[in-house]
Design a protein around this ligand. Structure first.
Ligand code: ADP
Ligand code: MG
Length: 265
């Protein structure tokens, strides 16, 4: 179960079954800046969890700590009950964390097909790259991966010339190549046209059927439409946590984050 925000019960700092990812008292400081301040959160298997908050509230830093790109200054992170606070990124990736970046990162000069093959290859023995039978398997798996994400028609296109929405979809496909059971998404809708956002929302919804998702987004309407549970960050702290409906009607959230009359109904 999720711990209540701001809970100071350190005895709760233990593995909880059915929880994909669990943060206990996680803090991150950069010099004099406290980016994340004593965050407790947990995401259960199969849950679509969203982090909402204004720019600079610490959302990306939380994701980077979950993925292993930053080490917390204090607190613990557990993946599937196993402490991974200091576990390196590649090892966490092998444990099932897939991540899409806030800014699309694809290599120039590769086709979608190449990129998919590389992603499939990632967790296989290096020699598979040159063993003909293994190459064949990798190619087939890459094709299947592209098909699953509606990308087959782009197989021979160079990744960097694709429309932004297609690139985003490819990036998510690559992150999930090794059947990640936890997907981290950092503002995947940013910079997309309306129809691309709708398509991506459908894809993310489908992916969420099979895995836990931590979805960072500042567009509250997108979050409300997709998430099972929402945590609102403000100045690195959890301001509120609940279902989209609870967040919508939370006075603190309206006051501190939304600066509007009311959240859209
Ligand atoms: P968000 O994703 O919610 O916009 P971030 O997690 O990116 O917020 O940033 C939270 C705070 O931490 C900001 O004040 C930001 O400037 C600071 N910060 C993030 N990363 C670093 C870093 N590598 N070095 C110094 N300050 C950082
Ligand atoms: Mg961010």
């Amino acid at each position: 179960m999720a711990m209540s925000p701001g809970s100071s019960d350190r005895s709760a700092d233990a593995a909880t079954p059915g929880v994909a990812i669990q943060l206990n008292g996680v803090t991150k400081t950069f010099g004099s800046v406290t980016a994340v301040d004593g965050v407790d959160l947990s995401v259960t298997d199969g849950e679509f969890f969203s982090m909402l908050g204004p720019s600079g509230s610490g959302k990306t830093t939380v994701l980077r700590m979950i993925a292993g790109f930053e080490v917390p200054t204090a607190g613990t992170i557990r993946l599937d009950g196993e402490e991974v606070t200091h576990t390196p990124v590649h090892q966490r990736a092998r444990m099932g964390i897939g991540r899409s970046y806030q800014v699309v990162k694809l290599f120039a000069g590769l086709t979608c097909g190449d990129a998919a093959e590389l992603a499939i290859q990632r967790d296989r023995p290096v020699l598979d790259w040159i063993r003909p039978s293994a190459r064949k398997e990798i190619r087939a798996a890459a094709r299947e991966l592209l098909a699953k994400h509606g990308l087959v028609e782009w197989e021979r296109h160079e990744t960097t010339v694709l429309a932004h929405g297609i690139q985003k979809r490819l990036e998510i496909a690559l992150a999930l190549a090794n059947s990640s059971r936890l997907l981290l998404l950092d503002e995947p809708m940013a910079g997309l046209a309306a129809h691309e956002r709708a398509e991506l929302a459908d894809l993310i919804r489908a992916l969420a059927q099979e895995r836990a998702v931590v979805f960072v987004e500042h567009d509250i309407d997108v979050v409300m439409a997709l998430a099972d549970r929402v945590t609102v960050l403000h100045n690195g702290r959890i301001l509120a946590e609940g279902t989209p409906a609870e967040i919508r009607s939370n006075a603190l959230v309206r006051e501190a984050y939304l600066h509007r009359e009311a959240v859209h109904a």
